[in-house]
Design a binder for this molecule. Structure first.
Ligand code: NAD
Length: 360
């Protein structure tokens, strides 16, 4: 039976980068006889314009029925003034939580060809290969109570809550340990246990789970130190596991080590490895419509989809090799461009990956 992939291009550069990722997906579909059927729908601002909500019920139903979802990015200034409850980002949070995609995998791998594009010295980042495992459906982004209230003295106060239950911590810790097991067997759990109770429980539960993984070396680090260590000596890390808020920030920081956020794919998985795959970056309204966005993060998200949801590491490896070959050719979008490279646009970059795939 064919496998259903739901494509949600979204807003801003989303449709531009998705068009390139779909070219690659369609080619590997036929090259590797994957039997994928693609369907398309709206999310974010595009869905607000059409349906008045950032994620229509019918779209959510299609996402539930699909074997995997590939998403571009959502948001943009056009929708910033809307009520918080129906902003584009709400569609993203809703699809992640409704599909129970609690495990967000964000690899930060430095392609050797991009060592010069990193904001750090080549010797600090060369060979970098970190995996950040971020909890995605709990913590402060979802915790209640939340809101903006008026205090007795008439002053407004914004407030949020950061709850984590034992079971939420245990399942994301397990993902961290499992990932470490097939890599360099080192897991660093990042928290703020010196200040926050939710982090104290986080640390306790991670220690409990560690008993099942004696082959993995566990360490703990406070998030402020982790942020510093990521730019001081990032190669000390193998897998990092952390909560929703810390993971959001640390993975963006890690992206700059690799040259550009335009290179970073991500996978968000449920307990059965059903997943949604998307670049780590946003909709980049500042460059939308110009044909200059880097499509490689989205193309590499296709590779993660093949690896994690469909166990097709052969096709995933081929995409990664094709990307590497294109970088060898010196082709660069503006975000990873250095002197001596050949500057290309979104479409040319996608075409180059397709051409490289054809010659593997
Ligand atoms: P952003 O990631 O969209 O952009 C940050 C910077 O990186 C910009 O200068 C942008 O031009 C650049 N950039 C991002 N992706 C790029 C690519 N593929 N190629 C080249 N350059 C790239 O973050 P932002 O500016 O903070 O947010 C813009 C909008 O995106 C907001 O509405 C925000 O809410 C939304 N957003 C969405 C997601 C998502 O859909 N997952 C994630 C983050 C932000």
């Amino acid at each position: 039976m064919s496998k259903q992939i739901l494509i949600l291009p979204g807003d801003g550069i989303g449709p531009e980068i998705m068009a390139e990722a779909v070219k690659v997906l369609e080619l590997v579909n036929s090259q590797f006889a994957l039997d994928f059927e693609l369907s398309y729908d709206l999310i974010g601002g595009a869905a607000i314009d059409q349906h008045g909500v950032p994620l229509a019920d019918a779209t959510l139903a299609c996402a539930r029925a699909a074997d995997a979802v590939l998403l571009g990015a959502v948001g943009g200034p056009k929708w910033d003034a809307l009520d918080r409850a129906i902003r584009p980002e709400k569609g993203l949070l809703k699809i992640r939580s409704e599909l129970k995609l609690f495990a967000n995998l964000r690899p930060a791998i430095l392609y050797p060809q991009l060592a010069e594009a990193s904001s750090l010295k080549p010797e600090v980042v060369s060979g970098l290969d970190i995996l950040i495992v971020r909890e995605l459906t709990g913590g402060i982004y979802f915790g209640a109570p939340r809101g903006i209230r008026t205090l007795e003295n008439g002053e407004r106060q914004g407030y949020n809550t950061l709850p984590y239950s034992e079971s939420e911590i245990r399942r994301i810790a397990r993902v961290g340990f499992e990932m470490a097991r097939v890599r360099a067997r080192k897991l660093c759990s990042v928290d703020k246990a010196n200040v926050m109770e939710s982090s104290q429980l986080w640390r306790e539960v991670v220690e409990e789970v560690a008993k099942d993984y004696p082959d993995v070396e566990l360490s703990h680090m406070y998030v402020d130190n982790a942020a510093m260590q990521l730019v001081r000596a990032p190669k000390q890390f193998d897998v990092m596991v952390t909560d929703n808020l810390f993971g959001d920030i640390l993975s963006d920081e890690a992206s700059m080590l690799t040259g550009s956020i335009g290179m970073l794919p991500s996978a968000s998985l449920d307990a059965h490895n059903k997943g949604m795959y998307e670049p780590c970056h946003g909709s980049a309204p500042d460059i939308a419509g110009q044909g200059i966005a880097n499509p490689l993060a989205t193309i590499l998200s296709v590779s993660m989809m093949l690896r994690y949801s469909f166990q097709r590491s052969d096709a995933a490896d081929a995409i990664e090799q094709a990307v590497s070959r294109v970088l060898d050719q010196g082709l660069r979008t503006g975000d990873i461009f250095c002197a001596g490279n050949v500057r290309v646009g979104t479409q040319e970059m996608g075409d180059a990956v397709v051409a490289a795939l054809g010659t593997l």
